[in-house]
Design a protein around this ligand. Structure first.
Ligand code: GDP
Length: 405
């Protein structure tokens, strides 16, 4: 069965955890232990029972490993879903920017009383910037506004207008109450004016296409090793297909060799395609380094030491042109400097608020020119996302991320 990854976004306290908890509860996706605890909480009259579920899941998942996302699995009759909830606004931005969270679609949760807040705009902007085009909007806490259709309609027009400007596909805008279970899996009788499907039905309306295998070959080198007789490379197919006996060129140096064998999950194969992780054996004993990119010489990436990009800052200390930064793109890395901050864009109004700025403040979006110390292989983000996005590291910390225009 297909699996679709969905990131859950929204301003703090607008009800993301409660929504996920409710969804899991109503689809019988929870362990008996958690279900029993909820029944107890319900009987005691406690109001927080559904946010409690995601807290419990965090505890179960955190057992032994450090995580900063909660990933929960959900099944419908058509598909499996992984819902990714990132506790904390900064963590959300960081996960999205570093590629730790990749998703095919987003659920954006908005509190009907508070409406569109700064974090809501920033999350949506980043989602759009990173190429997640499909969105389901849940206007939550409708119970607090007595399920009023006028307020829903106003907010729904406002969010649709913003999403349209970002060229996003709106799968549904759903008036809901995660707390009381309205329009999550059951069509609410308290909002008979509503024509949107429930959240669970909207999930099944999302499209599941992953076109990465149809793009030109990009094989990112993660771990190369040379034995006495052969060169073996572990890496990830980020786009395209690769065949046994095919010639492959590794950049940025442009060394061409032949693929003698391909293995995935311990099995030999005659071909591989994105997004598989594979091990390949090369014909000659070539020094290939981590960070290099394999491609077909007829459709090469751009090899360059200069980037024109749109970046999103997540650093409390502003990013400035003189700063020493490192750019991470795929597994490539290069030290760099921002040469010029061309424009600053406000994520809420989408307007250019400054040109030729001296710095990029926390949570600001900017178009920049970046000069790298050594060349890397890149692609425009719209062609091959994984080689068109990068993270910016300063003093060992993620300070922002960007996409290549
Ligand atoms: P998050 O920070 O976005 O994950 O928000 P939470 O799920 O933790 O919810 C924040 C608060 O809003 C909690 O006190 C919830 O009980 C409450 N809440 C969430 N959904 C609803 C809802 O549909 N109606 C009402 N009245 N309260 C809700």
């Amino acid at each position: 069965m297909e699996n679709l990854k969905i990131v859950v976004a929204g301003h703090i306290d607008h009800g993301k955890s409660t929504l996920i908890g409710r969804l899991l509860y109503e689809t019988d996706s929870l362990s008996q232990r958690i279900t029993d605890e909820i029944e107890k909480l319900k009987q005691s009259g406690a109001k927080q029972e559904f946010a409690f579920i995601t807290d419990q899941l965090k505890e179960e998942q955190a057992n032994g490993i450090t995580i900063d996302t909660t990933q929960v699995e959900l099944k419908t009759s058509t598909r499996n879903y992984t819902l990714i909830d990132t506790p904390g606004h900064k963590e959300f931005l960081k996960n999205m920017i570093t590629g730790a969270t990749t998703a095919a679609a987003a659920i954006v949760v908005i509190d009907i009383s508070e409406g569109l807040m700064e974090q809501t705009y920033q999350h949506i902007y980043l989602i759009a910037m990173l190429g997640i085009k499909q969105v389901i909007v849940v206007i939550n806490k409708m119970d607090q506004k007595l399920y009023n259709r006028i307020r829903f309609w106003e907010l729904s027009e406002q969010i649709k207008d913003y999403l349209n400007k970002l060229d996003m596909q709106i799968t549904a805008v759903i008036p809901a109450s995660a707390q009381y279970g309205d329009n999550i899996t059951i069509q609410s009788r308290r909002m008979d004016w509503n024509s949107s499907p429930t959240l669970i039905k909207s999930l099944d309306l999302l499209s599941c296409q992953d076109g990465s295998a149809q793009s030109p070959l990009r094989f990112v080198v993660q771990c190369p090793f040379i034995t006495k007789s052969k060169t073996v490379i572990l890496g990830k197919m980020v786009s395209g297909r690769l065949f046994k006996n095919q010639h492959i060129t590794f950049g940025p140096e442009h060394h061409t060799t032949k693929i003698l064998s391909i293995e995935a999950s311990g099995r030999e194969k005659t071909s591989a395609q994105a997004p598989e992780s594979i091990a390949v054996t090369l014909e000659d004993l070539t020094e290939i380094d981590r960070g290099q990119v394999g491609f077909n010489v007829c459709h090469p990436p751009i090899t360059t030491d200069f980037l024109k990009a749109e970046v999103f800052s997540i650093s409390i200390e502003a990013l400035k042109p003189a700063d020493k930064i490192t750019i991470l793109c795929g597994t490539q890395q290069s030290s760099a400097v921002i040469e010029e901050v061309t424009q600053i864009i406000d994520p809420a109004s989408l307007e250019v608020v400054a040109t030729g700025a001296e710095k990029i403040a926390d949570s600001q979006v900017a178009t920049v020119k970046i000069k790298l110390d050594s060349p890397i292989c890149i692609d425009p983000f719209d062609n091959i996302a994984e080689l068109g996005r990068f993270a910016i590291v300063r003093n060992g910390k993620i300070a922002g991320g960007g996409i290549i225009k």
